[in-house]
Design a protein around this ligand. Sequence first.
Ligand code: SIN
Ligand code: FE2
Length: 219
Amino acid sequence: MFTLDLFGDLPRSIGERRQLGPGAWLLEGFALARAKALVEAVQAIEAQSPPRHLVTPGGFTMSVAMTNCGRLGWNSDLKGYRYGPLDPLSGQPWPPMPEVFVKLAHDAAEAAGYAAFDPDACLINSYAPGARLSLHQDKDEQDLAAPIVSVSLGLPAVFLFGGAHRSDPVERYSLQHGDVVVWGGEDRLRFHGVAPVKAGEHPLTGGRRLNLTFRKVNR
Ligand code: SIN
Ligand code: FE2
């Protein structure tokens, strides 16, 4: 473990593994060494399948802009939430998952105790200042045995980690550039969300926060 101060922020611990629950871990700085390659890969994906503000089944436009890569992508519209192989904007398959994504997701899952994680979907969230994600469960996946691997890049954010029920108390964790959160097992269906992102400037992502969530949708 060592600390470094890259962005004039508070000293940042790298390499700490904080246990957030029986099956949930915050791997501080786990993606840091690969962050530049990850951000460049996101930019290439966005050139093909641009981030867009989806509408929920309830008719609410999300403040987070989303795109996907991998065999399946997550989509929402007035008809519901679903995974599908095609980007509805282009009618083309979602861009393939870059090797640097596949490797990172596998390695982070393994570091959290989940062997052989092989995601078929990666949702890419883009947060401009003020964007937030309200409490939800990731439960549109068939394979609930596999964990969720969530990678934070760019501007920091506060991760809200609740319980099995929406009304359960919520813990707040600061997520910095390069942090990875993994939740599975008995924590797999915990409610979670992201507090409104504060304005700032990051050398790799400019004025936004990026988040990659890797999922195994099909068994
Ligand atoms: C998500 O729950 O899909 C994203 C979480 C995050 O942006 O940290
Ligand atoms: Fe989620």
